[in-house]
Design a protein around this ligand. Sequence first.
Ligand SMILES: Cc1cc2nc3c(=O)[nH]c(=O)nc-3n(C[C@H](O)[C@H](O)[C@H](O)COP(=O)(O)OP(=O)(O)OC[C@H]3O[C@@H](n4cnc5c(N)ncnc54)[C@H](O)[C@@H]3O)c2cc1C
Length: 501
Amino acid sequence: MTDSIKRIVIAGGGTAGWMAAGLLSQTLGKNLDIKLVESDDIPTVGVGEATIPPLMTFHKMLDIDEREFLAEVNGTFKLGISFENWREKDHKYIHSFGYAGKDCWACSFLHFWLAGKAKGIDYPYGDYCAELLASHKNKFAVLPNGRMNYAYHMDAGRYAAFLRRRSEKLGVERVEGKIEKVNLNPDNGEIQSLTLASGKQVDGDFFIDCTGFRGLLIEQSLNAGFEDWSHWLPCDRALAVQTESVGEPIPYTRSIAHDAGWQWRIPLQNRVGNGLVYSSRYMSDEQARETLLGNLEGEPITDPKPIQFRTGTRRKHWVKNCLALGLSSGFLEPLESTSIHLIQRSLVRFVQLFPASGQMVQSDIDEFNQQTKLEVERIRDFIILHYKVTERDDTPFWRYCKNMEIPAPLRQRIDLFSDSARVFKIENELFGEESWIQVMMGQGITPKAYHPMADVMTEKELADFLKKLRQSTEQLVAKLPSHQAFIDYYCKMPMAQAANG
Ligand SMILES: Cc1cc2nc3c(=O)[nH]c(=O)nc-3n(C[C@H](O)[C@H](O)[C@H](O)COP(=O)(O)OP(=O)(O)OC[C@H]3O[C@@H](n4cnc5c(N)ncnc54)[C@H](O)[C@@H]3O)c2cc1C
């Protein structure tokens, strides 16, 4: 194995490539020589505009000022995702980033809510969660002590450019050129260098594959292998288009289910990102185009862009002296906006497992792959849940989803929740109890029973407890400004930027 890691080469300059450059230059940059190779002739995937709250932690690591970042990426705030027509047509619910009510050590707030419901106190679960209520009322503010849990909607191209500027300032060298050949060391099979179309050779000790779906290094050269999950996540195509805004931006992403997939709407300050994710087995490209263009709110400002993908994961994300990041490591489909998060997690894990003595050891690599595998599988199960637990059987696609076999750990979680309203977060799992509860109930599971602890209070005590929580949520949300008013005050993009799209 390589003696020590001094020269890092990042192949690809999409979101993954520039996130890698950003974190590595900020943390280990003084001791490393970091180069990023990208080709202006090969476009980035150009989507990936909805995020989840942990991105804030990543930005703290990079010392990014939130207001500067949001103004630069035409950003808006995201409190969750509205799932429309998923459980059945004309039904909707929001999976918010918030926590409802107040838990006790033995059971979550849901059990008290269920006890209240059984006694006729029938307010929606969302009335106890500030993020959910604020979404419904189109309100938002950044509150002290993280009282409001949120993420961002952002322009993906502007985000990569933002990170690029910062990384270059910290010494990352950008090399323009198309990678034509990946050169392996004949003795140990590790990557030695990349040869560009110009003939230039870029040498390195460690390589990060951010070349997108093609996986030029990790797959085409190191044959990491791919685990196909399309039998659980059957969508394999997307059509993306940007439209003009028709009103103030809402503080959540919309996910609207259609006959064989779903449509996203992501509001930015100056436009809306839209796309249809669909299964080519159940919908033709022409039908997809009609469905998307027939369900837009504003005038299109770009041509619809087709994207093909395969859901699944690389069997190994770190092979020899190469780490796969972003789409080159696999893709779970964008339903819960988890891809950028997985880039962040892999990067942080890589820094944590950065060779301690300067030398790569197989035990670090195995640990990395094991942790990553578990993390990705748990997210996969959470996404499958949305497709599997549905009352829809109006099209062949939804009948397939409803009847498909699912991974055993997911089956167990659904059964546990149906039987006794219990959910347990597994160690290092991204989605916590509250997310599972909101989606399982939103998709139509009503637990058969709740914890006896919730019956220890008298009926009056329970009613008072629930009322207080509802009132404090209502009072908090009542004080918030509108989402638009908060953006105008906090992070409005410069006018010239709005004109450039
Ligand atoms: C339909 C869809 C919707 C999505 N929505 C979301 C979302 O809402 N939230 C989210 O978190 N994620 C989302 N994602 C995922 C997200 O877009 C990606 O995780 C993110 O953009 C990272 O992409 P990437 O950098 O890995 O690849 P890419 O953007 O494809 O970048 C690849 C880079 O490699 C370079 N390259 C490739 N080949 C060569 C070569 N031979 N020589 C030189 N350079 C080369 C290209 O020039 C480019 O710079 C979505 C993905 C899809 C498909």
